[in-house]
Design a protein around this ligand. Structure first.
Ligand code: NAP
Length: 422
């Protein structure tokens, strides 16, 4: 049965994706799925329709049809309903199982809390998956950009992003200060005067389900290694816990399929068994430089929330533009794909920005649905388009003889390539 809503228009045709085993992501995927889409704030209204065009063409080219269903969050929801994140939007994303979303603006310092964080928490989309891979023709600042092919698994529900924090000069923050100093014995650790205090929860449960997803992904996709990225040397019981629980999953749950780097050296002189995934760990600051200097040694990277936010942007920047790296928020039997980049309000409505990240996020959606052929069609067309030099401003400005296209023209040309391909 197709769910109906009071304030959201459900397309008259198409079927919802349903789930047979949520924990295993086993889905019933019709050839004509209804897919909720949030265009988002700022440049979201530029890249949303552009992505629909390209992804729709790829679905058609592989014998399918997507029925897009507009749902609202952020500014568009405030305009329509007078609220930031309507309950219907959450219900639709939950009941239709998959979705695509553009960026949502979050005010700094004051105002409402991040709607992105709220969406991920409310839908329990606990893994933020952010691949960074090179596409020919991108003006990467690296001299060997084809070596960049990593997938960040960022924990999405915990860490300092949980939003447990207290504002300066409030009774609450003074109670927390008193508790920390007097009851917990951290006397003289907090400077006198106004202070904001936040809490950083990192749990065994949250860590293990994230690391499990990263290892499963590495095994399914024939990747060589999973690296746990943490600051456990400084934050021993949170990031250190992440590292230890991550190794526990690797050692307890995968038998011969997974081997730790220590065991590899102790027992096999560094030679991994065929088809096994190697699990190792790196301290986050070291990882940021290794990602630049020894990129080809890394594959799948699993880490707590804040590290993941920084590191995935840094990885994406190595591709040449933040208009390129895609992402997906994944839970058990549920996913919401979204680009890594934000809403860039200064370019909103100018038909200027690059829709590639939104389109590539659609590729992640396709892969989640098991549409590997459609995913490949999208990549091939983007490759051809970017290599042609007919690209948006962010790429064109680094090319000697490129031609600048608007968001819409770029997407139309990519969709035309898909339709013209055999
Ligand atoms: P941003 O929107 O990602 O923009 C930073 C810069 O990245 C832009 O000025 C632009 O660089 C480049 N860029 C971003 N998107 C691009 C695209 N599609 N094509 C080409 N270039 C692109 O980051 P921000 O300015 O820090 O954040 C703006 C708002 O977005 C904030 O409210 C933030 O909270 C929110 N945000 C939302 C999400 C999300 O919804 N998931 C994620 C991150 C940030 P140039 O100007 O140099 O060309």
């Amino acid at each position: 049965m197709v769910p109906q809503y009071e304030r959201i228009e459900v397309p008259p045709d198409g079927e919802p994706v349903s789930v047979t085993d949520a924990a295993a992501d086993e889905l019933n995927v019709p050839d004509d799925p209804i897919v909720p889409i949030i265009y988002g704030d700022g440049t979201g209204t530029d890249i949303g329709p552009a992505a629909e065009r390209v992804l729709g063409a790829a679905a058609e080219a592989t014998g399918r049809e997507i029925h897009w269903m507009r749902v609202y969050a952020g500014e568009s929801a405030r305009e329509r309903y007078g609220e930031n994140l309507p309950a219907e939007t959450l219900s639709a994303l939950s009941e239709f199982r998959v979705g695509l979303k553009g960026p949502l603006t979050t005010p700094v310092g004051a105002g409402f809390r991040s709607l992105n964080v709220a969406l991920r928490r409310e839908l329990d989309l606990y893994a933020n998956v952010r691949p960074a891979y090179y596409i020919d023709g991108l003006p990467s600042p690296r001299h060997d950009p084809e070596e960049m092919d990593v997938v960040v698994f960022r924990e999405n529900t915990e860490d300092v992003y949980a939003g447990i924090e207290w504002e300066e000069d409030t009774a609450d923050v003074e109670r927390v200060r008193e508790f920390v100093e007097e009851e917990m014995g951290y006397d003289d650790m907090i400077h006198d005067g106004p202070v904001g205090i936040g809490v950083k929860p990192v749990s065994e449960f949250g860590t293990k389900r994230l690391v499990r997803r990263a290892i499963d992904y590495a095994l399914e996709r024939d990747r060589d290694s999973v690296t746990l990225v943490h600051k456990g040397n400084i934050m021993k019981f949170t990031e250190g816990g992440f590292r230890d629980w991550g190794y526990e999953v690797a050692e307890a749950e995968y038998g011969d399929e997974v081997i730790t780097e220590d065991t590899l050296w102790q027992e096999r002189d560094g030679e991994p068994p065929e088809d096994a995934v190697v699990v190792n760990d790196r301290i986050a600051d070291n990882m940021l430089q290794q990602l630049l200097t020894r990129t080809d040694e890394y594959d799948v990277l699993a880490m707590p929330n804040l590290n993941g936010d920084y590191l995935s942007d840094a990885a994406g920047a190595q591709l040449g533009s933040l208009g390129v790296p895609p992402g997906a928020n994944v839970g058990d039997g549920r996913m919401l794909a979204e680009p890594v980049h934000g809403s860039t309000p200064k370019y909103a409505g100018q038909n200027k920005v690059n829709p590639t990240a939104m389109i590539l996020s659609g590729r992640l959606l396709f892969e989640y649905l098991g549409w590997e052929d459609a995913s490949e069609v999208v990549l091939e067309a983007l490759r051809a388009q970017i290599s042609s030099g007919r690209v948006t401003y962010d790429i064109e400005r680094h090319l000697d003889d490129g031609e600048r296209l608007g968001t819409s023209e770029f997407a139309t040309e990519v969709a035309d390539r898909i339709r013209a391909s055999p």
